[in-house]
Design a protein around this ligand. Structure first.
Ligand code: SAM
Length: 264
């Protein structure tokens, strides 16, 4: 096959390090009859090791040239969806596995330029997802898994942790890719809560209050959300209005959001 020229605009950094691939497959621990979907299969670094194990694999890939190459491999277990993953409706995959009532397992070495919007898009379908394993920029994995009080804890941590249990699995250096990216990478596991112990009455409101609370990182909660709640109202929840958002737990944000919803 002709040598493939990678495209920057699609964030193409292909994984070639067999030890990373094997370690990731081990962490995923796929079983033959599970419903897997891979985002951005590229030339198949993860796709083919997965296909060795699973009975069927759906992949979502935007690049026509990559799709042609995957098609040439003629693998009857592979279904290729040639679309932008950001607008792909993942619910359509569940219909096919409705008989088994299985949730989706999502995997991908994601293009870093769209990783955050893609995770938010997937969180909209979190009720049909069993888990997600992603290769992402190391900094982003640290932010997503950060705990309250740490420097990297912010809006992204709170939003993702509201929907999912998060795990930083392992670090991956640039030399594991071709071409090597300028940044370090890491593997993230997201497991949507099967039963949420925290429930915002209005999730749009929750997202709004979290965004507002972190809008100016150095300011206190009282200042950042004064248009939504007074200092007295914040205090009535047992939360000190003089604190900064970065020390609040996800539960605190749910309480703030629910108080605003109740006021309406
Ligand atoms: N999985 C392969 C690997 O590990 O070697 C490729 C990973 S590469 C970092 C990202 C892949 O996502 C590329 O194949 C790229 O074409 C694809 N991609 C980029 N943007 C996409 C999008 N919006 N929707 C679907 N696939 C996309």
């Amino acid at each position: 096959m002709q040598k493939y020229k990678t495209k920057k605009r699609f964030g193409q950094h292909f994984l070639h390090d067999q030890s990373v691939i094997q370690r990731l497959i081990h962490e995923i621990h796929p079983k033959a009859d599970e419903s897997f979907v891979e985002i951005g299969p590229g030339l198949g670094a993860l796709t083919f090791p997965l296909l060795d194990i699973v009975n069927h694999l759906d992949v979502v890939e935007i690049d026509r040239d990559v799709i042609k190459r995957l098609e040439q491999r003629n693998n009857s277990k592979l279904t290729i969806h040639g679309v932008d993953a950001l607008s792909f409706d993942f619910n359509q995959l569940l219909d096919q596995s409705e008989a088994s009532k299985q949730k989706l397992r999502v995997v991908g070495n994601l293009p870093y330029n769209i990783s955050t919007p893609l995770i938010f898009h997937l969180l909209e379908s979190s009720s049909i997802i069993q888990d997600m394993h992603f290769m992402l920029q190391n900094e982003v994995v640290k932010r997503i898994t950060a705990k309250p009080g740490s420097k990297t804890y912010g809006r992204l941590s709170v939003m993702v942790q509201y929907y999912c249990d998060t795990d930083y699995l392992f670090f991956v250096g640039p030399e594991s890719f071709n071409p090597p990216p300028k940044v370090d990478s890491a593997i993230l596991r997201l497991s949507p809560w099967q039963e949420k112990s925290l429930q915002a009455a209005d999730e749009k409101q929750f997202s709004k209050v979290v965004a507002q609370a972190f809008s100016m990182r150095r300011k206190t909660l009282r200042n950042n959300i004064k248009k939504l709640l007074s200092a007295e109202q914040i205090e009535s929840l047992g939360i000190d209005p003089g604190l900064r958002a970065e020390v609040l737990t996800v539960e605190d944000f749910v309480k703030l959001s629910n108080l605003i919803s109740n006021k309406k």
